[in-house]
Ligand binder design. Structure first.
Ligand code: UT7
Length: 345
């Protein structure tokens, strides 16, 4: 008791506060390209319908015979991010991997990647939040550095959605592709750098609008059992569309409000590529110029957790994102989940 009283008398050290920098990014796409014509040869659809309703023209899918797996994509994306950061893997003290399509349930992908890259005793865990997997991970990693728990963190977002898509389900298979992206975060003395505002939310009541039934007991009474394959992604497209349009707009407004900034203050909006129409509606609603809201869904489809870090890496490599810029990351998806992160880079 006396020891506790003595401790209470002493002033506790202040919580350390540091800035956070994104010091490198990388991404990886599998080699096989699936066109709308390819899909039209297996389900009743057309290039015209897919382009008009989703904006997707092609998507990349893994070829396991070439060693293209979720783990391989994650490893390559983080390897490239470390190279861009001129940082050896041995400096990582944590790897977080946002994914719902890991090759192996145990151990986590983050540990496999850390081991493959030579990250020593870096901690590692996977974070399952579907399309929000990368942003939930980025926000967690950021805060762990801010308070001084970790110093250098590899954050990966990857989904090999082709493993969970039923290619007989035309309402789903047209939208998705496989991709991985990664960033390396590092502590800096410049406390003005890092996340200025973030939002992490979920509403689990609507989980059945976008989910993977583990077995037949997960199929709802109003769903058609004869067409649902357990283990594959089921989507109530219209409901998810409605949710995404509303959430996207609310997320932008809430994040700007938290940071005390206006739409035009942000240099680049890096959003999850859900559907081109959803992105367009947000762009028009806020008057965001075309060159400030990146779209690559036409080439790569919707790659769930891989989407946001892939966009970021493409923008960095094209010289369109530079240090000092204000960048807003946005994502929404199964859960239902939604998340944002506004950074001064
Ligand atoms: O990242 C995860 C978040 N997911 C999303 O953001 C997805 C959000 N939702 C969507 O993107 C859209 O709902 C879809 C692209 C999935 C579907 O587009 P839609 O305009 O909402 O179509 P719908 O589901 O309302 O279906 C309209 C019609 C239906 O035919 P009937 O009932 O009107 O005769 C569908 O059977 O289009 C039919 N249809 C298709 N036709 C040709 C559905 N899929 C296809 C298809 N090709 N692939």
């Amino acid at each position: 008791m006396r020891a506790m009283a003595d401790r209470a008398q002493r002033a506790l050290p202040p919580i350390p506060t540091r800035g956070v920098r994104i010091i490198g990014s990388g991404s990886a796409l599998p080699s096989r390209i699936l066109t709308n014509e390819d899909l039209a040869s297996v389900v009743q659809t057309s290039d015209e319908w897919i382009v008009q309703r989703t904006g997707v023209r092609t998507r990349h899918v893994c070829d396991p015979r070439k060693g293209e797996t979720n783990t391989a994509l994650c490893t390559e994306a983080l390897r490239r991010a470390l190279a861009a950061a001129h940082t050896p893997a041995s400096e990582l003290d944590l790897v977080i991997c946002g994914t719902i399509t890991q090759d192996c349930r145990c151990p986590g992908t983050a540990c496999l990647v850390a081991g493959a890259l030579g990250a020593g005793q870096a901690a590692g865990w996977d974070l399952g939040a579907a399309c929000c997997g990368f942003l939930y991970s980025l926000n967690t990693a950021h805060d762990l550095i801010r308070v001084g728990t970790h110093r250098t963190i590899g954050v990966i977002g990857c989904d090999t959605v082709s493993n969970i898509v039923d290619y007989r389900n035309r309402g789903v298979c047209i939208l998705f592709g496989d991709a991985a992206g990664a960033v390396v975060l590092r502590a800096t003395d410049d406390t003005s750098l890092g996340c200025l505002a973030q939002v992490n939310k979920a509403d689990g009541r609507s989980w059945r609008d976008l989910y993977i039934p583990a077995d037949e007991s997960w199929i709802g009474p109003d769903q058609d059992r004869s067409v649902i394959r357990p283990g594959t992604l089921q989507m109530n497209g219209r409901e998810v569309y409605r949710f995404a349009v509303t959430t996207f707009q609310g997320l932008i407004a809430e994040t700007l409000d938290k940071a005390g900034l206006a739409v035009e203050d942000v240099d680049m909006y890096v959003s999850h590529q859900s559907n081109a129409r959803i992105l367009e509606s947000a762009r028009e609603r806020f008057g965001i110029p075309e060159d400030k809201l990146y779209i690559n869904i036409d080439r790569v489809g919707n790659s769930s957790a891989g989407s946001v870090p892939l966009c970021f890496d493409e923008l960095v490599r094209a010289g369109r994102i530079k240090p000092g810029m204000l960048v807003m990351f946005i994502a929404f998806g199964a859960g239902l989940t939604w998340s944002s992160s506004l950074w001064r880079l």
